[in-house]
Design a protein around this ligand. Sequence first.
Ligand code: KG4
Ligand code: ZN
Length: 352
Amino acid sequence: MATILAIETSCDETAAAVVRDRTLLSSVVASQIDIHRPYGGIVPEVASRHHVATLGEGISTALDRAGLGWAGIDGVAATCTPGLVGALLVGLTAGKTLAMVHHKPFLGIHHLEGHIYANYLASPDLEPPYLCLLVSGGHTSLIYVKGCGQYQTLGQTRDDAAGEAFDKVARLLGLGYPGGPILDQLAQTGNPKAFPLPEGNISLPEGGFHPYDSSFSGLKTAVLRLVEKLRQEGVDPLPLADLAASFQATVARSLTRRVVACAQAYGLTTVAVGGGVAANSGLRQHLQQAATDHGLRVLFPSLSLCTDNAAMIGCAAADHLNRGHYSGFDLGAQSRLDLARVMELYAPMAVA
Ligand code: KG4
Ligand code: ZN
């Protein structure tokens, strides 16, 4: 068993948590959304400065709430990739410093591996192999999870990530930031069949479509053209709920189709979902329906574990530490790193 103090500062949430294997002992998340909202998106320098201001208190609160002193902590973990480098550096430096001062092993964690591990906190009986649909503000990937640190990306977006598409469509509808939760809420009262929209298939040179890769920029443009057309026709106010519901259903249908095709092709019967867009009610409904229709087990973390948090980072770190993996203190922050290369973050623990 490994008890981890974990830190997450890759984007706009300052988060700290204490996790024992697959059990969450405490989790603190301070969102910066209100600070970035006036800019319509995240301002990297502002994010870094805010992490510096709030991380110390988050770490103390997480330790207090877990009821543990340093003697009860086996290792310290921090997200080191992918993300905003300045923001990552704040958590990484804090984590390395605490590990050094308290003589604990340090682990840098890949943020996307963290999103995958949120599922172990939610469903402790989950075991590889399974398919993970990772849908966040920066990523849309279908990942074959073979084991701890062993990932094969089978499909990804060719342009915008799913969360990015939600954010951009919300912005063009004048709905504010971040767009995902706002559109999700609006879609509840709209008709998902009101406006047919393109799913965004990737053509293959040899003909047909890529079965697992997705594209959302064409869908975003289609919504833009539709809004322009409705305005030209004098439609006022815009049918926002119907637009939101139609857009959301198109994203959900497109992702669900790819999940089912991929799971069937690779003989995987369990699908775990992770990332901020896993909180989307339309996606949840479509995937649950697909689970019933195709005999799949579909797992979702709770809403607070879908969006960025440090508990998922701690859960991934505990699994790595239990296997003797730890990082050097010279580990740096990287804006991106292929998930297939995650084991490069670790050295095997020296046997005494
Ligand atoms: O995983 P996350 O918290 O941060 C990244 O690692 O990117 O994901 C944030 C993204 C944002 O684009 C946000 O709009 C989207 O997740 N999101 C949602 C919902 N809640 C958050 N998208 C659709 N429906 C939601 N309910
Ligand atoms: Zn994330």
